[in-house]
Design a protein around this ligand. Structure first.
Ligand SMILES: N[C@@H](CCC(=O)N[C@@H](CS)C(=O)NCC(=O)O)C(=O)O
Length: 201
C-alpha cells in the first residue's frame, strides 16, 4: 500500500492514522505544485485530481479524499472510531464537517483578495468554535479516545494557530497533546527525514 503525500499538508492526517492503526505503508512524496513524484513521473497519472492524499492499494486501485481514506482506516482499526451503533456515522459526520466546513475554506481563504479575507477568517473561526466545547470536556474530538478524526483536526488547528487565527485556548492544548503522540513524531520524522519538523500549512 502506498500513501501519496506532501509534507506539511493534510496527508499527514492519513499518515498518522495509518501508523496508529498499525498498517504498514510506503510513502510517495508529491510536489503538489509541479505534480511530479521523486522519480519524475506525473502524479496526475495516479489521480487526475492532482491533490493529496491518495492511497494506492496493492492491486493498484486508488482511494482519494481524506474522509474516505480515514474512514477506511477506521474500518480496519475499530479502536480508532467511536463506539456504539451510531459510532461509524458520528465519525463520518465529523470527518465531513472537518473536510467541507473547515479544510475546504483554507484554499479559498488563500485565493481571495485581502479585503475578503476577514470574512473567510471569521467563518473558519466560527466553525472551530463549534468544536471547542468538545475539547473542553474531553481529550479528543469524539470523546475519551483518540479517533481518526483527531489527526485531521490536529493538522487543521495547527495550521490555523500558525496563521494567528483566534481559536479558543483549548485548541492550543489539544494541538500540543496530539503533537506529543509517538505516531505524530514518527510521521513527521518519516515525511521530513533530513529537515526536522514539517513545514506548516
Ligand atoms: N477534498 C480533498 C482536498 C485535499 C486537498 O485540498 N489537498 C491539498 C493539500 S492539503 C492539495 O493537495 N492541494 C494541491 C492542489 O489542490 O492542487 C480531501 O479532503 O482529500
Amino acid at each position: 500500500m502506498k500513501l501519496f503525500h506532501a509534507p506539511g499538508f493534510s496527508s499527514i492526517a492519513d499518515h498518522i492514522a495509518l501508523i496508529e492503526a498499525g498498517l504498514p505503508v510506503e510513502l510517495v512524496k508529491v510536489d503538489i505544485w509541479s505534480k511530479r513524484l521523486d522519480d519524475g513521473s506525473d502524479y496526475n497519472d495516479v489521480t487526475p485530481k492532482g491533490y493529496v492524499p491518495a492511497l494506492m492499494f496493492d492491486d493498484g486501485e486508488v482511494l482519494t479524499e481524506n474522509v474516505a481514506i480515514l474512514a477506511w482506516i477506521a474500518d480496519r482499526a475499530p479502536q480508532l472510531a467511536p463506539e456504539g451503533e451510531r459510532g461509524r456515522y458520528r465519525l463520518i459526520e465529523m470527518l465531513s464537517f472537518l473536510a467541507c466546513e473547515i479544510h475546504k475554506r483554507f484554499p479559498i481563504y488563500f485565493s481571495v483578495s485581502e479585503e475578503s479575507k476577514p470574512v473567510l477568517r471569521e467563518e473558519i473561526q466560527q466553525r472551530f468554535d463549534l468544536l471547542s466545547s468538545r475539547l473542553e470536556s474531553a481529550d479528543y474530538l469524539l470523546g475519551d479516545r483518540f479517533s481518526v478524526a483527531d489527526p485531521y483536526l490536529f493538522m487543521l488547528a495547527r495550521g490555523a494557530l500558525q496563521m494567528d487565527f483566534a481559536l479558543a485556548d483549548c485548541f492550543r492544548d489539544y494541538v500540543a497533546r496530539i503533537e506529543a503522540r509517538p505516531s505524530v513524531q514518527e510521521a513527521e520524522r518519516r515525511e521530513n527525514p533530513q529537515d526536522g519538523p514539517a513545514p506548516r500549512q
